[in-house]
Write a protein that binds this ligand. Structure first.
Ligand SMILES: [Fe+2]
Length: 238
């Protein structure tokens, strides 16, 4: 089966729409999302409506969980005090603007999705199998990959949260970080659409980058009353 995975959409409806078109054009038979549907950009409700209307199934991210629970903190890790302050403002904004329907939807997202294709077991989760806010970067030691793989019965593990895509093949398992549709942090502001094609012989993974109107999305952040900081970060893909 050929399917697409949408990592961290984060309220960016412009990016989501082009990602969807790209996945359709690429022949994806199914689309999954990896959670973190809101935050940093204003269109959390629109994103939830879109994925519902287009039957995009997915898992719960830390942001979805904390918004649904009306928590004090988003569960995101800040690198400095400015980022912490900005993260708090984004979180407060998002909690204030989600509809009851959106909140309920976010609260009911499953922690993981598992399925089998061509005899391979696939599992999707937001960040790591047991914790939804741990950053699983590519340069984590192999011991970490081993440890995480030991927590689930799967051949292919698919996750996001870091907003930096990668594929790593290690000890007969395939680890795929799907990057981010709505808030890439790898220096490339285009939406990242991860296409996975599983055949009896191979597993092909493609990180398709799709251009969209980043300027428009950045402007919407400013207009909404969210900090301009996030508009700048979106354009810089930081
Ligand atoms: Fe996340």
């Amino acid at each position: 089966m050929k399917f697409a995975v949408f990592g961290d959409i984060h309220g960016n409806i412009e990016a989501l729409k082009v990602a969807y078109e790209a996945a359709q054009s690429a022949g994806a038979e199914k689309i999954y999302h990896l959670g973190d549907l809101g935050g940093y950009s204003p269109f959390v409700n629109e994103v939830v409506d879109f994925i519902t209307e287009h039957s995009i199934e997915g898992v719960q991210g830390n942001y979805d969980e904390t918004v649904a629970k009306n928590a004090e903190h988003c569960g995101c890790k800040a690198e400095d005090p400015v980022q912490e302050e900005m993260a708090n403002r984004s979180f407060a904004w998002t909690k204030a603007h989600v509809t009851g329907k959106t909140k309920e939807f976010l609260g009911k997202l499953p922690v993981g999705i598992t399925f089998t294709d061509q005899g391979r077991k696939i599992v999707l989760f937001h960040a790591t199998p047991r914790k939804n806010n741990l950053y699983w970067f590519e340069d984590r030691p192999e011991k970490f990959f081993q440890e995480m793989a030991g927590k689930v019965d799967a051949d292919i593990l698919i996750y996001g949260h870091t907003h930096k895509p990668y594929r790593k093949d290690f000890e007969n398992k395939i680890f795929i970080n799907a990057g981010s549709v709505g808030k890439p942090k790898d220096g490339d502001p285009r939406a990242c659409v991860t296409l996975i094609d599983i055949t009896p012989e191979t597993v092909n993974v493609e990180f398709l980058r799709v251009s969209y109107d980043v300027e428009k999305a950045a402007q919407a952040i400013v207009t909404s009353g969210l900090p301009e900081y996030f508009a700048k970060r979106l354009k810089e893909a930081k």
